[in-house]
Design a protein around this ligand. Structure first.
Ligand SMILES: NC(=O)c1ccc[n+]([C@@H]2O[C@H](COP(=O)([O-])OP(=O)(O)OC[C@H]3O[C@@H](n4cnc5c(N)ncnc54)[C@H](O)[C@@H]3O)[C@@H](O)[C@H]2O)c1
Ligand SMILES: [Zn+2]
Length: 349
C-alpha cells in the first residue's frame, strides 16, 4: 500500500516523535495535518484541539487516509485520571469519530509503549520462560537486584520480551496505554478500520528537550553531565534497557502504515539490543566531554523493573531493521542539544 500522495493526520504532531513523523511523511510526498493542543511547525495544516473533544476530531478527520495517533499524556506521575482520560478516552473518541466520517480511513497506527509489560521476560533453567512480578521491597532493601524465578526461586537470565507476554503494567501510564491499545483493536475491528498498535521501547533523539519534566534516563543523565555532575546510577547500573532512535521508530510506523499485514495486531518496536544503564552513562559522558567517575549508588526506586528489552522479531518480519546504533544516535542527540544551546536549555530547568 503506497502512502505517498495521501492525507495523513498526526495526533501529537507537535511532540517529539510526532513532529519527526510529520517531517518524514512530508518527505514521502504525503500531505500532513496535525492535531495537537500545542502548535506545530512546518508545512503542515494544524488542527489545534484536544483528543478528548469530539468536535476536534470532526475538524481533523475529513478526507484523511491515515491516522497516526501519537498524542498522549506521558510521564511518570501518578495522576491515573489524566492518563486514562487522555490516553484511553482520547482513543475512544477517535474511533467514535471514525464511525461518522464518510471518507474511508485506510489505516490507524496507534502509539503504545513498553510500559504495558511491567517487568521483563526471563528464562529459568528448569522452569522455562518467566514473567515475574516486580521485585519485592524486602529484596530491594537487601540490595539483591536480580529477580528470581517465581516457580523455584532460583536465578534467572533476562531475555527479550515478545508481544505474547502477558501485559502487567506497573504504572498508571502503562495501564492507560494498555487500555488505549485494547480499545483501538476492539473498536477498529468493529468498524473494520485496519489498526496497528506499536509498542515502542524507550525512544530518544534530537528534539527531545532536557527541559521536559518527564525526563527519561538519557535526558536526566545529559542534564547532570552538562552541569559537570556524575549521573546517578540506581542499583548497580547493570539494568538492561532498550533505547531506540526516533528515526528507527518513524521507519517502523511508516512500514506498519503501508503494510496490509499490519492490521489488528500489536508490534514491538525497539533497537533489538539491550544496553545497560552504565553503558549509556559512559557513552553519553564521552560525547559530552565529561570523564566523570561512575559509581553505582546502590539506591533503588520502588516500582522500577530490572531488565526490559523488546523482542522485535514480529516487526522484522515486516522488513523492519533498526539502522541507528546507540553510539550514532547519541551523537545526534548531543548535536541536537548543541543546536538549541545546552546553556539555554539548562537555564529553563
Ligand atoms: N518517548 C518515548 O520514549 C515513548 C515510548 C513509548 C511510547 N511513547 C508514545 O509515543 C507517543 C508520542 O510520545 P512523545 O515522546 O513524542 O511525547 P510528547 O509529549 O513529546 O508528544 C505528545 C504530544 O501529544 C500532545 N497531547 C497531549 N495531550 C493531548 C491532548 N489531550 N490532545 C491533543 N494533543 C495532546 C502534546 O501536546 C504533545 O505534542 C505517545 O503516545 C507516547 O505514549 C513514547
Ligand atoms: Zn525456576
Amino acid at each position: 500500500m503506497d502512502i505517498s500522495g495521501s492525507l495523513a493526520l498526526v495526533t501529537g504532531g507537535a511532540g517529539f516523535i510526532g513532529s519527526r513523523l510529520a517531517a518524514a511523511l512530508l518527505a514521502r510526498g504525503c500531505r500532513v495535518r496535525v492535531l495537537d493542543t500545542e502548535m506545530a511547525a512546518g508545512r503542515i495544516e494544524i488542527v489545534r484541539g484536544d483528543v478528548r473533544d469530539p468536535g476536534t476530531w470532526a475538524r481533523a478527520l475529513p478526507e484523511v487516509d491515515f491516522v497516526f495517533h501519537m498524542a498522549a499524556a506521558v510521564g511518570a506521575d501518578t495522576d491515573a485520571r489524566r492518563y486514562l482520560d487522555v490516553n484511553a478516552g482520547g482513543t475512544v473518541e477517535l474511533y467514535h469519530a471514525l464511525e461518522s466520517v464518510t471518507s474511508r480511513v485506510r489505516k490507524v497506527v496507534v502509539a503504545s509503549s513498553l510500559g504495558v509489560y511491567g517487568e521483563g521476560t526471563y528464562r529459568c533453567e528448569s522452569d522455562g520462560l518467566q514473567h515475574p512480578e516486580l521485585r519485592p521491597l524486602a529484596q530491594l532493601q537487601r540490595g539483591e537486584w536480580e529477580p528470581s524465578c517465581p516457580a523455584c526461586g532460583r536465578g534467572l537470565t533476562a531475555v527479550p520480551t515478545d508481544e505474547g507476554a502477558t501485559p502487567a503494567p506497573v504504572s498508571a501510564y502503562g495501564v492507560s496505554k494498555l487500555a488505549a491499545e485494547r480499545l483501538a483493536l476492539l473498536m477498529g475491528r468493529r468498524l473494520d478500520v485496519p489498526t496497528a498498535v506499536l509498542r515502542y521501547s524507550v525512544v530518544y533523539g534530537p528534539g527531545q528537550s532536557l527541559a521536559n519534566p518527564y525526563s527519561t534516563v538519557i535526558t536526566a543523565f545529559a542534564t547532570r553531565l552538562c552541569r559537570g555532575e556524575a549521573p546517578t546510577l540506581y542499583e548497580d547500573g547493570e539494568q538492561q534497557r532498550d533505547w531506540v532512535f526516533v528515526d528507527d521508530v518513524v521507519r517502523a510506523i511508516l512500514l506498519a502504515a503501508g503494510d496490509e499485514r499490519a492490521a489488528f495486531e500489536v508490534f514491538n518496536v525497539g533497537s533489538g539490543t539491550g544496553r545497560s544503564v552504565r553503558e549509556l552513562a559512559e557513552h553519553l559522558g564521552r560525547r559530552l566531554g565529561r570523564d566523570l567517575a561512575l559509581e553505582p549508588s546502590q539506591r533503588y526506586r520502588v516500582g522500577d523493573y530490572r531488565h526490559l528489552v523488546l523482542d522485535i522479531t514480529k516487526m522484522r518480519a515486516l522488513g523492519f531493521e533498526p539502522a541507528v546504533s546507540l553510539a550514532e544516535g547519541l551523537d545526534q542527540f548531543v548535536r541536537g542539544l548543541d543546536s538549541v544551546g545546552t546553556g539555554s536549555v539548562l537555564g529553563r530547568i
